[in-house]
Every structure is written in C-alpha cells, then in structure tokens.
Design a protein around this ligand. Structure first.
Ligand code: URP
Ligand code: ZN
Ligand code: ZN
Length: 473
C-alpha cells in the first residue's frame, strides 16, 4: 500500500478553495491538512512513497462523467470507443469515474442486459465505472426487475420520449416506470424530445430533398424538446419520481426545469459541453457532409437564438445541476458516412469524454462560472446525484483517492494528433485551445497520468455499486 502526499496546491471543492495538503493512504484519502502541519505522528512528506508538488496548481476531485456510451450499439453501428479505450481517454482528461448505460432492447430482461454490460466493462476499464439502466421495453417484468437492479447498485433508469421503434416509451409506460422509480427512490433519467412529431418532420424534410446534416437540427426544433420536457415534468409530478433530464440543449426546456425546481420539485437538468460551445449554424451547418460530426440528439441549437449563453446562465443559477459528455463517439468513415444522402441515417452521437474537464475549466477562465462551480457540476453533484458521495466527487478523509492536479497556467490544444486518445477519426472540438492543463491524475490512490504519460492499466477500474441519490430536495 503506498502513501501519496500532495502539497502546496489549492484544494478546490464545490464550496470553497484553500491551500491544503492531501495525504492518500492506499486507495483512500487519509487526511486533508493545513500546509506544514504534522499529523499522524510523522513528517508526511518524508514518509510518503510518492510526493507531488502542486504549488500554483488546483487539486480537485477526479471528474465524474455521469453520461457515457462506450460500445453502444446504435444507428446501425456501434459507438467506436471500447470501455478500455474510452476510459483511458477519460483518465487523460481528468475524469476518474464514468457512469455508462446498460441497454435493454425490446423483448429482453433488464437483468440480462445489465449482465451483458458488466461483461463488456469488467476487466477493461482504466477508471472506476457504474451503470444506469436504459429501460427500452417497459413492461411488468422490467418494472419488477428495476427493484433488483437498485439492490445491485444500479439506481437510475433512463427512458426515451424520442426514437420511436427503438428505445421509445409512450406516456403510459413512462408513468408506470416513474411510479416504480418513485417507490424505489430511484432517479428517472429522461431523453426529452417528442419523437413521434420529430419522425413526421424528418419524413417531410427528406421528402423536400433536404438531406444534409444541418437538417437533423431543423427537424428536431426546440419546441419539441420543451414540450417533452414539460410533459416529463408533469408526469414526474404526478408520480413523485425524481426526474433528471439528460443532455438539455434548448433554453426553453431549461426554463421548464427551472420553473419546476422553483416549485420545489425534484427535477434536475444536465447539459454537455457541445451545447455550451457548438451550434447549429457553425457545426451542423458546415459545408458538405462535415456537419455529420456533430449530429447528436438533442441537437446543437442556433447561436442566433441564444441557447448557449442561456445554458451557461442556468449553470450559474444551479438549474443545470451536472455537466456530462453524453460521450457517444462514431468515426466519419464507415459510421457517420452511413447517412450520406439521408441525415436520418447518421448515427447520433458526439465523443468528448477526454475534454469535459478542460472545456468546463475554460468557462472559469472566460468568467462564465466560478472555480467552485466547475468542481460542483463536473465532480461533486454528479457523485451526489447518482449515489456515489462521499466516496467520489470530493477531497475529504475517507473518500477514494481520486484526485486531479490541474495547472491553470498550462495549455491544452485539442485536436487529432494533439490530445486525442479516443477512437475517432476526428475531434468535435478540433482547434480548441484551453487555458489550463490536466497534469496529474490519481485513481484510488494510484497515479495513472503524470508528466504526459499514461501510467494506469487496463482493469484497474472497478464497478461502483451506487446507492440512492443524495441530491434530492
Ligand atoms: O446523440 C446522442 N445523444 N446519442 C447517444 C444516445 C442518447 O440519446 O443519449
Ligand atoms: Zn438521450
Ligand atoms: Zn446519451
């Protein structure tokens, strides 16, 4: 068991920042102490096996990305990052825990789909991981299975109001699943877009001959995100289930969430860096088929309509409670290309698990959020939201030794051939320059990134058996 001593840095939490030293003993944080103090009867630096000088740097909890899709079968292909490659990329970017999604297809048992996802991830991950369960076939058996899953550490369930014929649930199914989640104290996650109406718009758009990636965005208008979000909130209110609306991109949907929260309802908003930085006009509207790189759902929104600025504002107000990536990478070659001539056949998803901590730190540098808010939305609240706190998401005695040393004076150039460890032939953030850098990453007390080197190993990451949410009002 090794002892790691981190000294000289500013420890940042969701509530404040302070010059503090950190001692990790084995896999867990043993002490967080005033600089120079000697506790545990010894000179910590002298007795540590590893000493890290964090002078001038931030010492933050390892990032918790509560929305990823490694190896997801979707859109006629499979997300291009394996658990091995994707979790290694996450580590490079300062994320030490992911929560991925097991997928129940029509006709399957939820227990069997969870077992299949355990099979994909076990022994493969560089960092710790948990699972949410997608319930793609809400029926009496799946509803019973939800209770079993909660007891196995899978305490959140995602439903889809989008993708009819694939993952879609109708309002009756949603109501039943919410009743069950409410009874169990589990979180109901919702992909809130009116998929039935969207399918009509897609059909009409293609009939007009509008086949380019840009029209993926215009056939999923914000009104159909707002409407579905409102409906989900009302169904959650009737059932008492906690509702977590994933990948929100429309400011109007967030207004619905803010209102519900104002009324005291357990409703939470998640957004992703792509919705904060990228847009319908600039990315989806790129020439030719380029825009396919940014086809995801909910779609990127028009900058002219002010969604991006409003989303940043809703992070500040606390109505966006978490920032995740919805990491769902596909290569252009052979994957996104499936939709040449028909945008509806482009696999939906953007990869970004490697860049979330950096992109959100840029928000600190740009004066959009505070340092503490950065840690809150990227580390602490996701851990609390999904029943992993205080083991994850905080630097305090007893927590796992998941720590990132972040250099606010460093620099990160995002792009293929620069910082790109994901299995994608392009970067959604190509050319982005970040005024900060992930220097060192520890996962359960082990240094896995340092000095520009990966020091971790496949299989180091363990399944996190989660409890119930600690974030409810
Ligand atoms: O486009 C997306 N978001 N792909 C991943 C699946 C989902 O809906 O989260
Ligand atoms: Zn979704
Ligand atoms: Zn997703």
């Amino acid at each position: 068991m090794s002892r790691v001593f981190i000294h000289g840095g500013t420890v940042v939490s969701a509530t404040g920042s302070q010059l503090l030293d950190v001692l990790i003993d084995g896999e867990t944080i043993a002490a967080v102490i005033q600089p120079g103090s000697t506790v545990l009867g010894a000179d910590l630096a002298a007795n540590a096996d590893v000493v890290i000088d964090a002078t001038g740097k931030y010492v933050i909890p390892g990032g918790v990305d509560a929305h990823t899709h490694m190896q997801l079968p979707f859109g006629g292909t499979e997300a291009s990052d394996t658990f091995e490659i994707g979790t290694r990329a996450a580590a490079w970017g300062g994320t030490t825990t992911i929560v991925d999604f097991a997928v129940q297809k029509l006709g399957e048992r939820v227990q069997d789909s969870l077992a299949a996802w355990h099979g994909k991830a076990a022994g493969q991950c560089a960092i710790d991981y948990g699972f949410h369960q997608i319930v793609g076939d809400v029926n009496a058996e799946s509803l019973k299975g939800m209770a079993e899953l909660v007891s196995e550490g899978v305490s959140s369930f995602k439903l889809f109001m989008a993708y009819p014929g694939v993952f879609y649930s109708d309002d009756g199914q949603i109501l039943r699943a919410m009743q069950t989640a409410g009874d169990l104290g589990a979180v109901l996650m919702m992909h809130a877009e009116n998929g039935i109406a969207i399918d009509v718009l897609i059909e009409q758009t293609l009939q007009r001959g509008d086949t380019a990636p840009y029209f993926h965005g215009t056939s999923r208008p914000w009104q159909l995100e707002e409407e579905a979000t409102h409906r989900a909130i009302m169904l959650a209110q009737v059932t008492g289930a906690p509702l977590y609306v994933v990948h929100v991109s429309a400011k109007q949907a967030l207004e619905q969430i803010a209102q519900a929260r104002g009324n005291g309802q357990n409703v939470f908003g998640e957004t992703c860096p792509q919705y904060l930085y990228l847009s319908l006009e600039e990315q989806l509207g790129a020439p030719g088929f380029e825009g396919a790189k940014w086809v995801c759902s909910t779609p990127l929104r028009a900058r002219a309509e002010g969604h991006q600025d409003e989303l940043w504002r809703y992070i500040r107000t606390g109505d966006v409670t978490s920032v995740a990536t919805d990491h769902c990478p596909f290569c252009m070659k052979d994957q996104k290309e499936l939709g040449i001539g028909d945008f509806s056949k482009i696999p939906n998803g953007i990869g970004g698990v490697e860049h979330r901590m950096d992109l959100m730190f840029q928000g600190v540098k740009d004066g959009r959020i505070s340092l503490e808010k950065w840690v809150e939305v990227c580390c602490t609240t996701p851990a609390r939201m999904f029943g992993m706190y205080p083991r994850k998401g905080v630097i305090s005695p007893g927590a796992d030794g998941d720590v990132v040393i972040y250099d606010p004076n460093g620099h990160t150039s995002i792009g293929v051939g620069k910082t790109h460890r994901m299995n994608m032939d392009h970067s959604a953030y190509e050319g982005f320059d970040i005024d900060g850098h992930v220097d060192t990453v520890l996962s359960r007390g082990r240094v896995i990134i340092d000095g520009g080197q990966y020091l971790g190993s496949t299989g180091h990451g363990r399944f996190v058996k989660r409890g119930l949410s600690q974030n409810l009002i």
